[in-house]
Design a protein around this ligand. Structure first.
Ligand code: FES
Length: 319
């Protein structure tokens, strides 16, 4: 873990705050690539993932931007209380949302609201590399959307398309128009609320976009994981010891493993971050995460014990 100090707190909009984090000793922080995020360990013990929202000009700073979410489980509200000088622990940057082929194929970046955060450094990098891209930013109004002024006036202003649903001159994004007629090999990168991502991906698939050209980053899991009613109990088998553990309908695999002293690293506990990824030796997982790809879900060789369950009476884990 890396210890950082909150160097600055900037109110980007009424509900979005940007934090500038710097190393305690003023030294350089680990290098990161566009699309990367960090785990932020909040003072309460909560761990949350936030995208690094700007390529660093100076290597000793990271920036994150956080929306105060009315449905927050506590993380975003806590971030909004942080002050200059507070100390935080963060992970080294991780990247599950990197530019494909160094961004050499035409990139279509689509941001929904605060989903702009990982896409902003991608646009900076694509501009820097001189690669072809277009950046669609969707939100309700320019006032509630972070970084609007910077994007309108920045180095890639010509690549920007604003779609503010409550502003007559821009209006809601016509998804099919944006996705139709793109050059062969174009790659879509999308980040935003789960329902927004699903809607755009569905249209992309309907228009014939190949699956390996669709890249998405969820910043919260769909509601799917939050409802425990209707779940069935099942058993997990620990491959290395043969031990069988019972997972009740209202428990997660992670809770049961933790209770029995079987260590699995967790972070988001909602199927978003990938920290708890575990191999499956036998049985069929009931995937509830948004981290693994559709292909990986179908293959059934990996599972996220923080949120996923089992479709078979026993799920044998490679632990
Ligand atoms: Fe994040 Fe399981 S802890 S996916």
């Amino acid at each position: 873990m890396i210890s950082v100090v909150v160097k600055n707190v900037v109110k980007e909009t009424r509900d979005i705050v940007r934090l500038v984090l710097g190393s305690e000793d003023g030294g350089a922080l680990p290098f990161f690539e566009a699309g990367a995020h960090i785990d932020v360990h909040l003072p309460s013990g909560l761990i949350r993932q936030y995208s690094l929202c700007r390529l660093s000009v100076e290597a000793q700073y990271y920036e994150i931007a956080v929306l105060k979410d009315a449905h927050s489980r506590g993380g975003s509200a806590e971030v909004h209380q942080l002050k200059i000088g507070d100390i935080l622990f963060i992970s080294a940057p991780k990247n599950h949302f990197a530019l494909v082929d160094g961004g050499s194929r035409h990139s279509v970046l689509i941001a929904g609201g605060i989903g702009v955060t990982p896409l902003l450094p991608m646009a900076q990098q694509l501009r820097h590399l001189g690669q072809s891209f277009e950046f669609h930013y969707c939100g309700r109004t320019s006032e509630t959307a972070a970084f609007t002024a910077a994007l309108k006036n920045g180095s890639f202003a010509d690549n920007m398309h604003f779609h503010f649903s409550q502003e007559a001159e821009s209006g809601r994004m016509e998804v099919s128009r944006v996705l139709s007629g793109q050059a062969e090999g174009a790659v879509l990168y999308i980040c935003g609320p789960a329902s927004f991502i699903e809607e755009v991906l569905q249209q992309a698939r309907a228009l014939g976009w190949p699956e390996d050209c669709l890249h998405r980053e969820f910043f919260s899991a769909p509601a799917l994981n939050e409802h425990r009613e209707g779940n069935d109990a099942f058993q997990i088998k620990i491959h290395s010891t043969g031990e069988i553990l019972h997972v009740a309908a209202d428990e997660s695999m992670f809770e049961v493993l933790d209770k029995h002293g079987v260590f699995v690293p967790v972070s988001c506990e909602s199927g978003v971050c990938g920290s708890c990824q575990t191999g499956v030796v036998s049985g069929v997982p009931d995937h509830r995460d948004v981290f693994l790809t559709d292909k990986e879900h179908q293959a059934g060789k990996l599972v996220m014990p923080c949120c996923s369950r089992a479709l078979t009476p026993v799920l044998e884990l490679d632990l």
